[in-house]
Design a protein around this ligand. Structure first.
Ligand SMILES: [Zn+2]
Length: 162
């Protein structure tokens, strides 16, 4: 890494430290030419995943939106905010490698988590997500809970990493 003071190409790392809860590495560097020191940070390159909605509109993945939806579904349920946060963080982690995902797929992934976590929350989320028209839809969903198997797979058709 080039020295910001004298532009020499050769600098050496004199100290490395993991910071920001393991999300970044802070490095103290020293220029071998002018001996001045500077600091660099290494972080994940944030991939902005694009979500394709059912209407065909595209928008950037919005973590807060997912959290809000889940919290609404889990209102007064014995599921902690930390648990919601864990699920959304895992989802985010999965999306990191994807440039594009459909809102349907995100919904299915969350439903799969909720199904094992809290059945009431699952049904509430499903009713919003699947636009239940009435009580029959709800009954059908309940009867399907036990023997459902989601087929979730990464959307890897097409060019992949372009
Ligand atoms: Zn220098």
């Amino acid at each position: 890494m080039r020295c910001p003071f004298c532009s020499a190409d050769d600098t050496r790392v004199i100290e490395s430290r993991v910071v920001e809860d393991g999300e970044a590495i802070r490095r103290r560097r020293e220029c071998t030419s002018c001996s001045r020191r500077f600091t660099t940070f290494e972080r994940y390159a944030r991939v902005k995943t694009i979500v394709i909605k059912r209407t065909g509109e595209a928008e950037e993945f919005d973590r807060e939106k997912i959290v809000r939806g889940m919290r609404a579904a889990l209102k007064n349920r014995p599921v902690s905010l930390a648990e919601v946060d864990r699920i959304v963080s895992e989802l985010e982690e999965q999306l990191r490698s994807m440039n594009e995902v459909t809102s349907t797929e995100i919904g299915l992934r969350i439903l799969e988590e909720l199904r094992t976590l809290d059945e009431v929350g699952y049904l509430r989320f499903a009713s919003v997500y699947k636009n239940f028209g009435g009580v029959d839809d709800f009954r059908r969903e309940v009867s399907e809970i036990d023997d459902r198997s989601f087929t979730l797979r990464k959307k890897e058709d097409g060019g992949g990493e372009a």
